[in-house]
Ligand binder design. Sequence first.
Ligand code: SAM
Length: 209
Amino acid sequence: MNFNEINSVAEYERLRQQFASVEGWLTALEGYALFKLAEIGPGVGRIVEIGSFLGKSTCWLATGSQQASREKVAAVDHFSGSPEHQPGQGFECEAIVREGTTYNRFLDNIRSVGVEGYIDPIKASSEEAAGGWRDPIRLLFIDGDHSYEATRLDFSLWFPFVCSGGIVCFHDIGAWEGCTRYYNELVQSASGEVHQLGRVGSIGIVQKV
Ligand SMILES: C[S@@+](CC[C@H](N)C(=O)[O-])C[C@H]1O[C@@H](n2cnc3c(N)ncnc32)[C@H](O)[C@@H]1O
């Protein structure tokens, strides 16, 4: 019997409880996949998240990297919410209705989990942030605007920084039409830029060739 597997079950449950109070659009299983990639994923370079919202996925990523004493997480978001989070829209966000931004709630959440020292918030659009970016990336998590055009733009802006063998994760594959269509095109394309490693919940995971 491999006792490490039993330890993983206990670790998953401990983290699930730790992050339960942080609001967000991520299941605990998806969070644990990000945690493991941040902890033991391949490559050398930064971890970049496009779309942090209230910090749920950021907390999982930062905790994984912190556990292995690896890189901090760059959390890129303009913190104004996606179209569906705006007042009166399908996934209206209370912080946006109240304050017009998710930034203060994001900071409260990462502090409540104790990972604020492992996160560099970048309060900017994906496009602005990519314009000033210079570092290699070993793990890129794309969870910003879910339209086809925005997902394609996020990938094209940030993929050049991903190291060979680095990992790119896309959230809400199968759940949102635009990002799903882009993801399917990417993994089926003959360009050979990436190969698909698999899916955990709605996270599609590819590796740079
Ligand atoms: C689906 S939410 C992210 C959910 C988050 N990853 C979680 O675990 O709960 C999408 C986020 O992307 C951000 N966003 C949308 N378009 C963006 C853009 N062009 N640049 C930066 N952030 C963007 C929104 O402000 C929103 O916070």
